[in-house]
Design a protein around this ligand. Structure first.
Ligand code: GLU
Length: 407
């Protein structure tokens, strides 16, 4: 599979929108660079007494609309170009969903599954110590991303509080409920994606009961399988990093979650057929939901995609050249910066609650999220129809108009 530098892909998307929408050259050149990118080394005393040095990142891309906002990724393949791309997409994502936040992203090159809880805690606190000067409720507000949990956010918020005496906890979102986290934050990414799907369903010519394939079984993917399943759709296949399972009659997602909890993977789930991640992506279905990492649908496999519609819960799963092919084939893509923006929207709600000392019910959270998702979805649809382009370009245009207006 071709591994493309995600930042090159992000910039190809920017070049494309610049052409379609005839964007001002100076504005585009400003958007080709982050405000700053920082690489640090984080020493950690391991349980066996040895010292290991990890590489950590924070990229502050753009704060035209508000404090830099975006998650922290722990992954063995995470590196600065990935973090840069993700922070660029965060900038657009916050603009698309209409929250007063800019874009940032962080990460550490690490496989957290290989660390003990003590090692993970000292690594996470170490990341905050390195970046405490640039973080802050009104400066830069991190959150969870791939492989980072509410517990990790709690350690980070605590470390920041110790260094700065900040008591609001608003420096970081995605904290556990009870430690300043918002109700609904854990399911918000998938739930927001579902609201966008509902809003666009008719235009995408999808029926009431869809056959759904979900790639990735982390926070976004597993909750998506639960939410779409609960709404009466049939989840015919899911996968995690180790492989996938397929059952044309529909998988029991609650049982599958319990199975994965026990065995560490979805593979081998009884009553289903084991398939590879590659096979899963090429299944015949109504809706394919990539919910894992970047570069999932590329020129290598795009011709084999049989889904009627794709909804990106992951960030950047489709390369720019694969996008072109999908558009020509008439396979609409609900783009990441809309589809997964429910996560950062509820992060923003958490930030507001922390700063005001409020606690909203889950119903209040989702009653606020739903109309935001619906409004952005319809604005994007209108833009893309008007310019006869795809939904991603519609979303880019909406976001860039908002950033430009503020600049
Ligand atoms: N990591 C998530 C994303 O990619 C959430 C970011 C946030 O809540 O700040 O959108």
């Amino acid at each position: 599979m071709s591994m493309q530098n995600p930042f090159i892909n992000a910039m190809a998307q920017l070049d494309k929108v610049a052409k379609i929408n005839n964007l001002d050259k100076e504005f585009v050149s400003k958007l080709r660079q982050p405000d700053r990118e920082i690489i640090v080394s984080i020493p950690v005393r391991m349980d066996d007494g040895s010292l290991r040095i990890f590489e950590g990142y924070r990229v502050e891309y753009n704060n035209t609309l508000g404090p830099y906002k975006g998650g922290i990724r722990y992954h063995p393949n995470t590196e600065i170009n990935e973090v840069k791309a993700l922070s660029f997409w965060m900038t657009l994502k916050c603009a698309v969903i209409g929250i007063p936040m800019g874009g940032g992203k962080g990460g550490i090159t690490v496989d957290p599954k290989l660390l003990s809880s003590t090692e993970l805690e000292s690594l996470s606190r170490g990341w905050v110590r390195k970046f405490s000067d640039i973080l802050g409720p009104y400066k830069d507000v991190p959150a969870p991303d791939v492989n980072t949990t509410a517990e990790i956010m709690a350690w980070m918020a605590d470390e920041y509080g110790k260094i700065t005496s900040d008591k609001t906890g608003a420096v970081i979102t995605g904290k556990p409920v009870g430690k300043g986290g918002s109700l609904g934050r854990d399911t918000a990414t998938a739930q927001g994606g579902f609201y966008a799907f509902e809003a666009l369903k008719k235009d995408l010519k999808l029926g009431e009961k869809c056959k759904i394939v979900v790639q990735g079984f982390g926070n976004a993917g597993a909750n998506a399988a639960l939410i779409w399943g609960k709404a009466g759709h049939t989840i015919i296949a899911v996968s995690d990093s180790k492989g996938g399972v397929f059952d044309p009659k529909g998988l029991d997602i609650l049982k599958l979650l319990a199975f994965k909890e026990k065995t560490g993977s979805v593979s081998g789930f009884s009553g289903s057929k084991d398939i590879t991640n590659e096979e899963l992506l090429e299944l015949d279905c109504d809706l394919l939901i990539p919910a894992a990492l970047e570069n999932t649908i590329t020129p290598d496999n795009v011709d084999n995609i049989k889904a009627k519609v794709i909804l990106e819960l992951a960030n950047g799963p489709i390369t720019s050249s694969a996008d072109e092919v999908l558009f020509k084939k008439g396979i609409p893509v609900v783009p990441d910066i809309l589809a997964n923006s429910g996560g950062v929207a509820v992060s923003y709600f958490e930030w507001v609650q922390n700063l005001k000392g409020e606690h909203w019910t889950e119903k209040e959270v989702f009653d606020k999220l739903r109309p935001m998702m619906e409004l952005s979805a319809s604005e994007i649809l209108n833009k893309s129809k008007k310019l006869k382009t795809d939904l991603r370009m519609g979303a880019f245009i909406l976001a860039l108009d908002r950033i430009k207006a503020k600049m």
